[in-house]
Write a protein that binds this ligand. Structure first.
Ligand code: F6R
Length: 613
């Protein structure tokens, strides 16, 4: 994630840049910075903390430069700190760069640049970019008369991963060069001044006229001119678009609510979680974990500890860890775990999941395990968060900031990361045939496009939501991982629609809860495990006989006529099926809440991060 802004014109750039960053804080907010050009030199002002802190930086209010670039960061490589904040400069201070995205091959590029005499001040992947530009500026075979543009093009040619980049240089003091791949970037056109931003809201108060950059397109933006070039640096014309959004819908990129935006971001957030952790035919890579085969062979249990949605992601993770690694896994609620003297010693591995990394109970549960000699791994979405500072090892979901209180994209990314971790452990232990791991890898790589397929048609879910939003109670049933996802679906519904709901293991129904089923009660069944189809259908039959209205989410061939609504989802390995089956459940909760006219993003009584017990 992260947000970027750029300005070139006749006004002081700094206030325009900071103002733009303030409207992008929803994309990231752990550090911020700007760079402008004054007296033929790049001046950088940056620090850890929120955008507003920039106003307190020494001398920032006296900067007169009329060109500049700016960045608000959501850390991916390197903790939030002044050194890791953007903009970054090359060693000769000829180029300043801000960057959104992840450079997957940055270690290789860094080694190359070090071998050429370059040194690095930060832990970021971004810092290789200005140094590569400088390297090519001095050593490249240039393919365009604009040597600045040509050097950026040569540098970008070496990058693998995703990026939206802005570059300025005192050697070319009137131009901002921009380029993107798999990360958004727009250029805003105005009179005698032009703007750049990762997202429209940053510059919407200055212009409504935008060029939307495509992948591998370069822009050279000056005060009176905007030129576009293709990947071979051939210049061409682009269409200007007029965008009449208001500021708040622009922040949500046209979605009505952050929750809906985050649900629709899942193909991409899952891609980011997978990142470069594995590819087919190659073992999983966890540079951030120092866990050996000897250590894994010595442990006799794994605890997964978390709260709420993160704990439900842990329940899905339990299945894949046990299946692949053959180590018993217990999933526990952090607030229970911390007070019940759990049996932990140096043969216990404890995994803590927290999107925010600030949940008080989860942090306390982690400290307890450390005191008892267990190794601890934190899975978080926020680099540098409290839990990651306490844990022995931290691995990140990289799902981007989650703004809506109800967690969606963090949940799917947590399951994906737990699955990759399980494959890594199994590869170390040799506990699972390699072809099974290979099949799972292939299924994980297919998840983003399968999630997209579900998101492409939401009409059935919207219809069902319209029919049931006035209900007082609902039930979610499933077996195995379908039970884990039933719990999450039920939680989503409760928290944003205020409808009472319960999730049960489908086989448990007749041991009590079935007494609650009467005419027109809504029961949602999830059926994705081939081995359990018949049993799950029988359990649903039991509620249909008692008058229930049923919705079934399935990837199996089931007789549609039995149920009121059936939503078909793509097939995948049952251990990761919650990543797909949860999508209709998230959408259902969302549309029910909208039908009731509720504030989806800020449900009553709830906060995004629970820092008290
Ligand atoms: C539900 C939800 C919560 C969180 C829980 C843990 O949608 O968001 O249940 O999952 O409060 O939060 P983190 O993951 O930040 O520790």
């Amino acid at each position: 994630m992260c947000g970027i802004v750029g300005y070139v014109g006749t006004k002081k750039a700094t206030p325009i840049l900071i103002n733009g960053l303030l409207s992008l804080e929803y994309r990231g907010y752990d550090s911020a910075g700007i760079a402008t050009i004054e007296n033929k030199k790049i001046i950088v002002k940056k620090d850890k903390g929120r955008v507003n802190n920039l106003y307190n930086l020494d001398g920032i209010n006296n900067l007169n430069g009329t060109i500049g670039i700016a960045h608000t960061r959501w850390a991916t490589h390197g903790k939030p700190s002044k050194e890791n904040s953007h903009p970054h400069m090359d060693n000769s201070q000829n180029f300043a760069v801000v960057h959104n995205g992840i450079i997957e091959n940055y270690r290789k590029l860094k080694d190359f640049l070090i071998s050429k005499g370059y040194s690095f001040l930060s832990e970021t992947d971004t810092e290789v970019i200005p140094n590569l530009i400088d390297y090519y500026f001095k050593n490249g075979v240039h393919i365009h008369e604009d040597k600045f543009l040509s050097s950026v093009k040569l540098a970008v040619g070496d990058l693998e991963g995703s990026y939206a980049i802005e570059v300025i240089s005192p050697l070319f003091p009137d131009e901002i060069i921009v380029v993107r791949k798999n990360s958004p970037l727009v250029v805003g056109k105005a009179n005698g001044e032009n703007f750049v931003a990762s997202d429209i809201p940053a510059i919407l108060s200055y212009t409504k006229n935008f060029y939307l950059l495509d992948d591998n397109e370069f822009g050279v933006v000056s005060k009176d001119n905007i030129k576009f070039f293709d990947n071979n640096l051939k210049q061409y014309e682009k269409n200007l678009k007029n965008i009449e959004w208001d500021a708040s819908s622009a922040e949500k990129e046209g979605f009505e609510d952050f929750m809906l935006k985050e649900i629709f971001e899942q193909p991409n957030s899952i891609r980011e979680t997978i990142g470069s952790r594995f590819s087919l035919g190659k073992p999983c890579v966890f540079d951030d974990l120092d866990i050996s085969k000897e250590y894994l062979s010595s442990i006799n249990k794994i605890y997964i500890v978390a709260c709420g949605t993160a704990m439900y992601a842990g329940l899905a993770g339990k299945t894949v860890l046990e299946k692949l690694c053959k180590i018993p896994v217990t999933v526990d609620i952090a607030s229970e775990f911390r007070y019940r003297n759990p049996l932990i010693d140096d043969k216990t591995l404890c995994i803590y999941i927290s999107q925010s990394g600030e949940t008080a109970d989860t942090i306390a549960a982690l400290k307890l395990a450390k005191l008892n000699g267990a190794k601890t791994i934190a899975i978080s979405n926020v680099i540098g968060s409290s839990i990651t500072r306490e844990a022995d090892y931290s691995i990140y979901t990289h799902a981007g900031p989650e703004i809506a209180v109800a967690s969606t994209k963090a949940y799917t990314s947590q399951i994906v990361l737990l699955s990759i971790l399980a494959m890594h452990f199994a590869e170390l232990l040799g506990s699972c045939p390699l072809n099974e791991i290979e099949n799972l890898k292939s299924d994980i790589l297919d998840l983003p496009s399968k999630v997209q397929t579900i998101l492409d048609d939401t009409t059935k879910i919207q219809d069902f939501a319209k029919q049931v939003y006035t209900q007082k109670d609902m039930f979610f049933l499933g077996r195995g991982t379908d039970y884990a996802v039933a719990l999450e679906g039920s939680l989503k519904l409760k928290e944003i629609s205020y409808i009472h709901s319960e999730a049960y293991a489908a086989g448990e129904l007749k041991h009590g809860p079935i007494a609650l089923i009467e005419n027109n009660v809504v029961v949602i069944g999830i059926i994705t495990d081939e081995k359990l189809v018949e049993k799950s259908i029988s359990n649903l039959q039991e509620v249909i006989t008692r008058g229930a209205k049923t919705l079934v989410i399935t990837n199996q061939n089931i007789p549609n006529s039995h149920f009121d609504f059936v939503i078909n989802i793509p097939k995948t390995d049952s251990v990761i099926s919650p990543v797909l089956s949860v999508i209709p459940l998230q959408l259902l909760a969302y549309y029910i809440s909208k039908n009731k006219g509720l504030d989806v993003d800020k449900p009553r009584n709830l906060a995004k991060s629970v820092t008290v017990e």
